[in-house]
Design a protein. Structure first.
Length: 338
């Protein structure tokens, strides 16, 4: 099984394990579950009260259960296949608290912070635990792995991207500034989290309907585009309250209001990218958010400067990044953790 790698993305609220053929990044099968880092950490605290199990051992036990399920489904042993883990598993509530890498961060992954765990009798897998990156005032975990994988996949893109801003939307969107094949700065925008908080826990929750939002955008995008434009022209805290009055005065339906809210927040996030005007933009977006960010980029007049990567390529980038990290950080003896 030396030609295979187990690639694990272990986030706060989700878990994904994929068996990957190293040579061509083909995914043979995967195991997905809601057993994210937060739930696993809470389970360890309850378990540790009775058994005093070391945290890293408990996490490996949970990981082994997922590997066993994957092996059973594909009908082959996965013993001794190495595991690369990125995401929140390297945080203070993860498998091991691993220090962040610092800037500038080389896009070949050579300066990544990786902690190596040797295989054990009860867990016959070498583990490569990838930490995130920090700046003077910001942090990321996982997006840097995706960025490492994206850059070699850009060979089919005509634009020169040695000096570019990579946009990675999500709950906490990242704008990653790349120069001379290095990540030199990045900024986090709480766009997705703020949308969810306002739509479910604020005075606006009865004024918006968030179900079928993507379908609503495809049918009638005008409310979304209005939100993007007004984010450009007005104070965001004032415009947010108009979502309430839009409903009270019958100006927009609840579905239109949800699109308007999305447009306001995404427009506010993207506005700073209009300067510097000469810098290329690269949108690295999954299928769920791609229509929203693509339309917002067009509405803000950024389309000519923007390379929009397909969601399929973005999904593949995380796998490529993990394979590259595995190849660049094999068994760093001074960091061995037993």
């Amino acid at each position: 099984m030396e030609n295979y790698l187990l690639c694990c993305d272990w986030g706060t609220s989700f878990f994904r394990l994929q068996l990957v053929h190293i040579a061509d990044y083909t995914i043979l099968d995967q195991e997905v579950s809601p057993d994210g880092i937060a739930a696993t950490y809470n389970a360890w605290k309850l378990d540790a009260a009775g058994e005093a199990v070391p945290r890293s051992q408990f996490f490996r036990r949970q990981l082994h259960a997922q590997i066993t399920r994957l092996a059973g489904r594909i009908g082959m042993s996965l013993d001794h296949v190495p595991v690369v883990i990125s995401g929140m598993a390297s945080s203070s509530i993860g498998m091991e608290d691993v220090p962040y890498a610092t800037l500038p961060f080389a896009l070949n992954g050579s300066r990544a912070s990786v902690c190596y765990f040797d295989s054990q009798v009860e867990f016959p897998h070498d583990v490569y635990l990838v930490s995130g990156v920090r700046s003077g005032e910001d942090v990321m975990r996982g997006e840097e792995t995706q960025l490492i994988g994206v850059t070699p996949l850009l060979g089919t893109v005509d634009r020169k991207l040695d000096d570019a801003i990579f946009i990675c939307p999500g709950t906490h969107s990242k704008h990653m500034y790349v120069s001379q094949r290095q990540l030199v700065d990045f900024h986090t925008y709480m766009t997705g989290e703020v949308f969810n908080l306002l739509a479910t826990h604020s005075i606006l929750k009865n004024s918006v309907e968030v179900e079928h939002l993507t379908a609503s955008l495809a049918i009638d995008p005008e409310a979304f585009k209005l939100g993007v434009r007004e984010a450009d022209a007005c104070a965001i805290l004032n415009r947010l309250f108009t979502i309430r009055t839009n409903q009270l005065f019958g100006k927009l339906s609840s579905q239109e209001n949800a699109l308007y809210l999305s447009g306001l927040l995404i427009g506010t996030e993207l506005k700073p990218l209009r300067k510097p005007e000469k810098q290329e933009l690269v949108l690295c977006c999954g299928s769920r958010l791609s229509p929203f960010y693509t339309l917002a980029i067009e509405e803000l007049g950024l389309a000519e400067r923007t390379t929009i990567l397909s969601p399929e390529l973005v999904d593949k980038a995380a796998i490529v990044g993990q394979v590259m990290l595995f190849q660049n950080h094999q068994k760093p003896e001074k960091e061995v953790v037993k």
